[in-house]
Design a protein around this ligand. Structure first.
Ligand code: PEP
Length: 269
């Protein structure tokens, strides 16, 4: 089942961490912890997504059977199949049981040369495969210092969703991940995050209309921890988190999920 409109969401991005066995152990523990929280009487109050490395996806899908936890790929190729050594396609992820996929993470943009054009093709490929793309955008420290944040965010957003429909937007999730905050311990202040989310929502409204923008889920990512999540979620345009380091321990991730469950989404456009 996909997330509901502006439902609080917490996404664990494990990056290149966790073997098959560690994946099964983590998810068994998370399910135990979830049994004690994250409920509002109609399933999980906070929508939970876990993105393991590719080899652990089948174990993850098996481990979450009957639970309110969705599984995501961390990347996909834009072609459905072909001579692309080392790549994985959208239909392959969907067939393996994934329903979400992370696209355009800054570690791929900046470390592996992923371009806005490639990211655009990946968003299209994810949607064509029936997956929800979690599309990452964000400025570097240099761009922020040079007052270029809004130019960069608008450009990355517009390129990723170029030529798409309001329905495509509704089926997607955006993650604002300032590059200077990822894995550094330097979380964006809640005001910086809210300002960027509000700006991105305005960009979405300009292209897809206010209704589509108001329903668009925008996550924050960058050194989220149990100690800072509540302040971030208090802001109305922050719908949840994309979490790296703090998602590697089930207790820490569960406490983020609980914070999401307690937050009240109050959509704005
Ligand atoms: C991420 O990888 O998307 C991320 C936000 O990492 P961290 O939480 O470690 O900053």
């Amino acid at each position: 089942m996909p997330h509901k409109l502006r439902q609080p969401m917490m996404v664990a991005n494990w990056k290149m961490h966790k073997t098959v066995t560690q994946t099964a152990e983590f998810l068994a523990r998370l399910r135990k912890l979830q049994a004690g929280g994250n409920h509002n009487g109609s399933g999980g109050a906070c929508f939970v997504v876990v993105a393991p490395p590719f080899p652990s996806i089948p174990a993850a899908v098996e481990a979450v059977k009957g639970a309110d936890i969705a599984i995501a790929g961390q990347n996909l190729h834009w072609a459905p199949e072909g001579a692309y050594t080392g790549e994985v396609s959208g239909p392959m992820l969907a067939a393996a049981g994934c329903t979400y996929v992370i696209v355009g993470h800054s570690e791929r943009r900046h470390g592996l040369g992923e371009t806005d054009e490639m990211i655009h093709k990946k968003v299209r490929a994810a949607l064509a495969a029936g997956l929800t793309p979690i599309v990452c955008v964000g400025e570097t420290q240099e761009q922020r210092s040079g007052n270029e944040t809004e130019i960069i965010l608008r450009y990355q957003f517009e390129r990723a969703f170029w030529g798409m429909s309001a329905e495509d937007l509704r089926r997607s999730v955006l993650a604002y991940e300032p590059v200077w905050a990822i894995g550094t311990g330097n979380t964006a202040t809640p005001d910086i995050a809210e300002g960027a989310h509000r700006f991105l929502r305005r960009c979405a409204a300009g292209i897809f209309g206010p209704e589509a923008a108001a329903g668009f889920t925008i996550l924050y990512g960058g050194s989220i921890k149990p100690s800072n999540i509540r302040a971030l979620l208090e802001h109305p345009d922050v719908d949840g988190g994309l979490v790296g380091t703090a998602s590697l321990e089930p207790d820490s991730f569960a406490s983020l999920v609980q914070a999401g469950a307690k937050s009240v989404a109050s959509p704005s456009a």
